[in-house]
Ligand binder design. Structure first.
Ligand code: APR
Length: 189
């Protein structure tokens, strides 16, 4: 089943697999405050991209929660990596949802400023940072829609949300269809 919507001038879709294997202009990383590399998406991106990405991260220094920084993409099939730092989920009463929304807003603004045509985004905060997948997917989709509403002329032509497995795919698809339900243009099975 293919999860895909077109909204104004942007295609929003979901791809299942390792984000480092998917060619784009701008690849988003789920990084940490220290930009130090780690496990999960971060580990995969640094392993596949090579040491120049980490060297650039070290020069930048750090990145507060909810913000993002840009580096080159090394050997990755992308022009740049946007390293975004999502919130750690505690109990939902520590501005986790607000911070994840801010994180997505900053990703979209950064992508727009870089002029990227195609952006890939992993499920930020839903791994080591323990953010509930459903709420994270809802925030990802509603923030994408709001951004496109305001910036449709300069928004990326394509935004791909990346799911590591089938369960993550289903969660993203549910919220893709919920957020972009009234703009159905294309749906294939
Ligand atoms: N491609 C796509 N998605 C992936 C990949 C991959 N190669 N590897 C893991 N994922 C998924 C996870 O299953 C999870 O759903 O990405 C989501 C985010 O998980 P994490 O990578 O753990 O990111 P996050 O929860 O934001 O935690 C960030 O983890 O290793 C550290 O350095 C990283 O400290 C930072 C923290």
């Amino acid at each position: 089943m293919l999860g895909l919507r077109r909204y104004k001038r942007t295609q929003i879709d979901i791809w299942q697999g390792d984000i480092t294997q998917f060619s784009v202009d701008l690849m988003v990383n789920a990084a940490n405050f220290e930009l130090a590399g780690g496990l999960g998406v971060d580990g995969a991106i640094h392993a596949a991209g090579g040491p120049e990405i980490l060297a650039e991260c070290k020069k930048i220094g750090n990145c507060p929660t909810g913000s993002c920084v840009v580096t080159t993409a090394g050997r990755l099939p992308a022009k740049n990596v946007i390293h975004a730092v999502g919130p750690v989920w505690v109990d939902g009463n520590n501005k986790e949802a607000e911070l994840l929304k801010t994180c997505y807003e900053n990703i979209f603004v950064t992508a727009k400023n870089l002029g990227g045509r195609h952006l890939s985004i992993p499920a930020i905060s839903t791994g080591a940072y323990r953010f509930p997948q459903g709420l994270a997917a809802e925030i990802a989709m509603t923030t994408a829609k709001k951004f496109i509403d305001h910036e449709y002329q300069s928004a990326p032509q394509r935004i791909t949300f990346v799911a590591i497995d089938g369960a993550a795919y289903d969660v993203l698809q549910k919220h893709l269809f919920a957020s972009f339900a009234d703009e159905i243009d294309h749906f294939e099975q």
